[in-house]
Structure formats: structure tokens, C-alpha cells
Design a protein around this ligand. Structure first.
Ligand code: MG
Length: 183
């Protein structure tokens, strides 16, 4: 049977494995990635990052549709290899109907703390045709920072229009978080 890997690659993999087995502590840093999308619906409040923005349409969904808080929640849960937001708070469960999404974020932060980690910073990109996020970015940054217990300058809020993607009827959020081991 032919060798699948060159001997030097196999030796390097074994060295890395020994290195991890020798380190008795969990990783010092963990990274997490989250993504969410919600459809715009006429005549409901638009909530992004816990802030209500003036707009004709809001985001539909089982909860309050806060696409940014959902993506942050999933990024945090992903960083500790936990269950995702849909497993913890299934849309089929009527108790989450119209729920304030900060409840989901709080649970994720609780799990991060229980795993022995704290947030270092997060970065986000919102993709939506309207409204413009720029005028509200400072308010969203401040609210998210307060929720997460980090300084304002540890929360990145960026926004783009969905040019060429044909998704003008939806808001999309991408989030990356970095966690640090607390001890
Ligand atoms: Mg969602």
C-alpha cells in the first residue's frame, strides 16, 4: 500500500500532537465565527444590536429578529465548541416567540464564562440595502459593548450594501469573536 503522507509530514504531525498532549491547559485563545440572516417585513420595529432604528421595515423571525445579536451569540457559542443558537433556543419553542435577543446573548456569555473564557473583542459586518448603518454605528457599538462587558473600542461595527447579490429584502450579519482564557 502506498504511503499517504511523506515521512517528514508524518513526523511533523506527531510532533504537534505531542506538543498538545504536553500542554495541560486549554487553549489560551479561542476564535468564533457567527452568521445570520433575516427577511425584512413591513411595519415591524427594526432592531439591530439591541438598538431600534427608524425604518419602514423590521426583521421578521421567531424572536425580535435581531440579526446582529444572533450572529454574536453563535460566534460565542462556536468559540467554545458549544451547541448553536438554534439548538439552545429552537424556533419551535413558543417561549422564544418575540423574545428579546439579548436573552440569547446572555446565555452564550454565561456559557463562555463557565468554560473559563472572556471576550477580548468582536468584529462584525452587516449587509443590508437600507437603512444606512453609519449614523447608528456608535449607538450599536455602545449597546453591544455594554451587553458583552467589553470597552467600546473592542466592538467593530461595519456595514455594506448587498450590491449584486440580489438580497435587498434581507439583512445579513457576519461576526468574529476572540476569547481569552481567564486563568
Ligand atoms: Mg436569527
Amino acid at each position: 500500500m502506498p504511503e499517504l503522507f511523506a515521512p517528514e509530514l508524518k513526523e511533523r504531525a506527531h510532533t504537534l500532537l505531542r506538543f498538545h498532549q504536553m500542554d495541560p491547559l486549554p487553549p489560551q485563545f479561542r476564535i468564533g465565527q457567527g452568521y445570520d440572516s433575516h427577511e425584512f417585513k413591513l411595519g415591524i420595529p427594526l432592531k439591530i444590536g439591541g438598538v431600534i432604528l427608524p425604518h419602514s421595515h423590521g426583521l421578521g423571525g421567531h424572536s425580535d429578529g435581531d440579526v446582529l445579536l444572533h450572529a454574536i451569540t453563535d460566534a460565542l457559542l462556536g468559540a467554545i465548541a458549544g451547541p448553536d443558537i438554534g439548538s439552545l433556543f429552537p424556533p419551535s419553542d413558543s417561549q422564544w416567540k418575540g423574545a428579546d435577543s439579548s436573552v440569547f446573548l446572555r446565555e452564550a456569555l454565561k456559557r463562555v464564562a463557565a468554560a473559563g473564557y472572556a471576550m477580548v473583542n468582536l468584529d462584525s459586518t452587516l449587509i443590508l440595502a437600507a437603512p444606512k448603518i453609519g449614523p447608528h454605528a456608535a449607538a450599536i457599538r455602545e449597546r453591544v459593548a455594554t451587553f458583552c462587558g467589553v470597552p467600546n473600542d473592542c466592538v467593530g461595527i461595519k456595514a455594506k450594501t448587498p450590491e449584486g447579490t440580489g438580497t435587498d429584502n434581507a439583512a445579513i450579519a457576519h461576526v468574529t469573536v476572540l476569547l481569552r482564557r481567564r486563568a
